[in-house]
Design a protein around this ligand. Structure first.
Ligand SMILES: Nc1ncnc2c1ncn2[C@@H]1O[C@H](COP(=O)(O)OP(=O)(O)OP(=O)(O)O)[C@@H](O)[C@H]1O
Length: 270
């Protein structure tokens, strides 16, 4: 879908921010990029999104793109919906209203679709940025620190939107500061250091997790269960967060203990 080969980037006469970097993005993949402040994550994503050119190397491929930049240009007088309509027209989308309103409602934009963009808080502006990136159902979604400023409810919705994007066969590349967040959502995680990407495997403690929702009546003491990272009681449901590799075993244990399985959210395939 999109390939970077030997990509380098230098601003003016400064040091090389990216240096001989290779990356292949394939359909249905979610790639997470982590790294310290200033290591070049936004630079890499700008090149992936085609808004900045590498000073060396090749960017090959031309998927349709949705991009959430690190800074959202939020100075417009338009309403959120007006802005999305405007971008939709520029991108040649015939009707955007229904999809735009649905996305803004799902992300719970404060003030609704008519909220003026320049009065939005950082997190709410980020929701509009996400909606504009998703509007045209792009083949590649490039998200620069998409969690920044979002409240926990919007975090959850963003996770769903990323999963849905992958399920319809599109690809996602995102940056994150927290490695565990990256592993929660990505099929592959890379660390950007010294201008290059290195794969980061999930450690046992922060590996990909599955979420299992059970309904009672069931019994048993879950303490000490290997690979069980967390339990939450949600009304009549018990929600377990488990290591992906242990989910079958924990499901069997739950069934034996008299629980019914309501839902299993499996991790992104490795
Ligand atoms: N337009 C620019 N002109 C000059 N230098 C730049 C420009 N954009 C980025 N840089 C420099 O390139 C380096 C990488 O910046 P970049 O924003 O890509 O890092 P980052 O990993 O996204 O950082 P953060 O985690 O803080 O968002 C930094 O040293 C930054 O100062």
């Amino acid at each position: 879908m999109l390939r970077l080969h030997g990509v380098g980037k230098r601003y003016g006469r400064g040091r090389a921010v990216l240096d001989g970097l290779d990356l292949e993005v394939e359909a249905g993949q979610v790639l997470g990029v982590v790294g310290t402040n200033g290591c070049g994550k936004s630079t890499l994503l700008r090149i992936l999104a085609g808004v900045s050119r590498p000073t060396e190397g090749v960017r090959a491929g031309s998927p349709s793109l949705g991009y959430v930049p690190d800074r959202f240009p939020a100075a417009t007088r338009m309403s959120a919906l007006g802005y999305l309509r405007h971008l939709g027209r520029i991108s040649g989308l015939s009707t955007v209203d229904e999809r735009a309103v649905a996305l803004l409602e799902r992300l719970a934009l404060e003030g609704g679709p008519k909220a003026p963009i320049r009065r939005l808080s950082k997190g709410n502006a980020q929701k509009v940025a996400l909606a504009q990136a998703l509007l045209g159902d792009p083949e590649l979604l490039v998200l620069d620190e998409p969690w920044s400023g979002l409240d926990p409810a919007a975090h959850g919705v963003l996770g769903e939107l990323i999963a849905e994007t992958r399920e319809r066969g599109a690809a996602v590349v995102f940056t994150a500061h927290r490695e565990d967040v990256a592993h929660d959502h990505a099929s592959r995680v890379f660390r950007l250091t010294e201008g290059k990407l290195r794969a980061v495997e999930a450690s046992d403690e922060h590996g990909p997790c599955a979420r299992i929702r059970l309904r009672g009546p069931g019994s048993g003491d879950w303490s000490g269960e290997p690979g069980l990272f967390g339990i939450t009681v949600n009304g009549e449901h018990l929600d377990l967060t488990v290591a992906a590799g242990r989910s079958d075993a924990i499901l069997l244990t739950a069934l034996r203990r008299g629980w019914s399985v309501v839902a299993v959210d499996t991790p992104v395939a490795k």
